[in-house]
Each structure stands twice: as C-alpha cells, then as structure tokens.
Design a binder for this molecule. Structure first.
Ligand code: ACO
Length: 381
C-alpha cells in the first residue's frame, strides 16, 4: 500500500535547494524532494519569532468514557493522549491562526514588521477559497501580503517552512509568516471511538527570514505517496478518491495502516534529514516530532538513537492538532527555556497524502541575541 520512504541522499549535501530526487537515489515509484541549506554561499534562513494557541476548552479521556465505549486506560496506553483542546462552535481555522499570531506578537512585538508573504498550512481551512492565509493576513495587519494555503495534512508545517525558506533564499520574499491552523474536531465523527479520541484544535505561527550565518534551516526532506490516499482523507469537492473510494462526511482513517506508514517514514525521513545536514543523532539537542501517538514517537526515537528526554512531547495535553502539533511543541519548548540559542533541532512529521517531512535547524534565539547586543552596547564593546 505505501511506498519506499525517502532514502538518505548519496549526493553532496551542498547541492541546490529544490531539486527533485533523481531516479538513481529514489525508487522509481516515488518522487521526493530533498533540500539542503548547508551551502554557506546561500543566505542563512531561519525562524525569528514564534507563537501558538490552543483553545481553553479541555476535553478529557473521562469525557469520552462518558459517551463512547472507551476507557482512559485504552486511550493512554494506545496513544499517550490524556486530554485535548476543542474550539468553540463559531471558531474556525482562521481564528486559531489569528490567535497564534497574536501570541507571537505578545512575545515578539515587532515580529511581523516587514512580513510580505503569509503561508497557512491547514487541512481544515475555513473555505476552499479564499485561502485561510488571506483571512489571517487581513486580521493581523498584513493586507497586501502574498497569501496562500498549503495542503499537506499533518506534514504541513514542515512543508510550509521549506516553502518559506525557498522563497527567502530565492529573493521572492523577504519575510514569511508561516501559520498552522486546524479545527480537526469539527470534521471528525465525534461518535466514532476509533478517531474522535485522537484530535484537538489549535494553531502555531512562526516568522521565517534571513538569520546570521551558521543558524537556521540546514536540510529539508519532503515526500508523498498518493497511492496511500485511501488510508486517511476528508472530503472536499469530489465524492470519491481515485480507485473509486467513496468519501463520506467525516475524516476517514485506517489507524493500523497509518501507524505502520508513520513508523517507517518518520524514521527514514528524519535519518535522511540528519544525513543531508551532516549530523548524527548525538548532534541533535531536541527532536520535535508530529504529536499523533506516543508509540510512533518512541519508535522514531529508537530508530534515531535519540532519547525520549531529548524529545518534545505535548500530545498528552493537546492530542493531534494536525499541522499545528510541531509549532505548538516548538513554541512551548522555547517559551519554557528548554530550547536554547545555537541548539540543533530535528523536526519530523507525517500525515494524509500520505505525506512526510523532516527538517534540521540550528536554533536562532533572536531575543537572546538582542539582549547580548544591548549589554555589549552598554559596556561600549
Ligand atoms: N477505545 C477502545 N477500543 C478502541 C478504541 C477506543 N477509543 N479505538 C479502537 N478500539 C478498538 C478497535 O475497535 C479494535 O478492536 P477489535 O480488535 O475488536 O477490532 C482494537 O481497539 C484495536 O484496534 P487497533 O486499530 O488495532 O488499535 P491500535 O493499537 O492500532 O490503535 C490507533 C489505534 C490509536 C488509531 C493507532 O492505530 C494509531 O495511532 N494510528 C495512527 C493514527 C495517526 O497517527 N493518525 C495521524 C493522522 S494525521 C493527519 O494527517 C490528519
């Protein structure tokens, strides 16, 4: 059903950034894109501001126990999830995104100055069009900025970062606001114990722009396999997928198939991203994985040789917020001081498509650099 996950690139890690994988390094039935930014001749591009939002309404495992044939014990042991956040009936993806951007502005008041492009990664957009990115841009003072949505399900944030990175490297954009915004709970059958217990709502926002050399994104590994589309989907215009797979009203997921796929691609793509950047697992300070299932994350950690205590986990409190899980985890670990300037990060994600995405990045803490510059200026250095 699923296909080969990305293999480590045998070519030089210093090659151009958006080349298609060539047949000699990829199985012929797949297309994947490996990009790297280890070439010091190109501008370093990274994240300079970030924020996140999760709605206040908490839905616990006990709430599901009260209305579905399930138990806290089953949910915790099979997924690691204890509670998740639900948006209010009148709130949609753009609301999650706007509040994540507002949180970014609280942390980085000048964070949006000069933003010329907005990309929103979402699998639960407000509308087919206009883009949720346009709706968010208009509400956060960015009217006139280029704005578009990116559909790569739970891999969407890493995909969107790669697009933002490429736009800045190419000079097409100077400063890109990447927003992940999801309200999956509204398109999941709340009466189906197989899927309802997994998802929560939320948003994350980061600003991508030039950073000092030595910092920022080092590698991206992206891939997808539409032959696995029937394992995970939500209807839009068509009433069936290729292969005559009928689509109903709600999100469909074959949990076992997605689980097997996830275990394979998370490990393969993460290892490929590390190799692309010339890193070993010992170099990684923090793994930030898509938060879908603790067992999938444990298996990836084992493949990488990265211990769980170097892995950012918050699925116990938020469940799977699709494209928003990685920025939510990143923002949380930055805010509580776990992630520090100069540390090496590895982000890995998988989702509908089926899709996968991984990236390595040397963290640039803009606030820490600003504070250091201020001290140096005060002492006249
Ligand atoms: N409570 C109690 N029993 C349950 C529940 C529940 N909430 N859900 C399923 N079961 C039952 C099943 O009916 C099944 O019963 P049966 O053996 O009598 O048929 C049994 O538990 C085992 O079911 P499995 O599907 O084999 O359970 P599994 O261990 O695979 O766990 C799960 C299911 C949690 C869904 C797991 O497969 C998983 O996490 N898969 C990956 C999901 C994922 O990562 N999705 C990402 C989506 S991202 C995006 O792009 C939107």
């Amino acid at each position: 059903m699923t296909q080969d996950a990305p293999r480590p690139d045998k070519a030089s890690p210093h090659k151009a950034s958006t080349d298609k994988a060539s047949p000699d390094k990829a199985s012929t039935d797949k297309a994947s894109t490996d990009t790297a930014s280890t070439d010091t001749a190109r501008p370093a591009v990274g994240i300079t501001a970030l924020g996140a939002y999760a709605p206040p309404k908490v839905v616990t495992n006990a709430d599901f126990e009260a209305r579905l044939d399930t138990s806290d014990e089953w949910i915790v042991s099979r997924t690691g999830i204890r509670e998740r956040r639900y948006s209010e009936p009148g709130d949609f993806a753009s609301d999650m995104g706007v509040r994540a951007v507002q949180n970014l502005l609280e942390r980085f008041p000048d964070g949006l100055e000069g933003v010329d492009t907005v990309v929103c990664a979402t699998g639960s957009p407000d509308a087919m069009f206009p883009a949720t990115a346009s709706l968010i841009a208009a509400q956060v003072g960015l009217r006139g900025a280029a704005a578009f949505d990116l559909s790569a399900a739970c891999s969407g944030f890493v995909y969107a970062c790669s697009v933002a990175h490429a736009l800045v490297v190419a000079g097409t954009a100077r400063k890109v606001l990447v927003v992940s915004a999801e309200v999956l709970t509204k398109i999941v059958d709340q009466g189906d114990r197989n899927i309802a217990i997994l998802f929560g709502d939320g948003g994350g926002a980061v600003v991508v722009e030039a950073v000092p050399q030595g910092y920022g994104f080092e590698s991206f590994v992206l891939g997808s396999d539409g032959a696995g589309a029937g394992s995970l989907y939500i209807r839009c215009v068509a009433d069936r997928l290729p292969g005559n797979i009928p689509m109903g009203q709600y999100t469909y997921m074959n949990g076992r198939e997605v689980f097997k796929f996830a275990v394979r691609v998370l490990g393969d793509s993460g290892l490929a991203a590390m190799q692309k950047a010339g890193l070993g697992s010992k170099d990684v300070d923090w793994l930030i994985p898509h938060q879908a299932n603790i067992r999938i994350i444990e298996s990836a950690c084992e493949r990488f040789g990265i211990p769980m205590d170097k892995t950012v986990i918050n699925l116990d409190r938020y469940g799977n917020t699709s494209a928003a899980t990685v920025p939510l985890a990143l923002a949380e670990a930055c805010q509580d001081g776990r992630i520090k300037d100069g540390q090496q990060l590895l982000m890995v994600a998988f989702g509908g498509g089926l899709s996968w995405a991984a990236s390595t990045m040397k963290w640039y803490d803009r606030a820490a650099h600003a504070a250091k510059s201020k001290v140096l200026a005060e002492v006249g250095a």
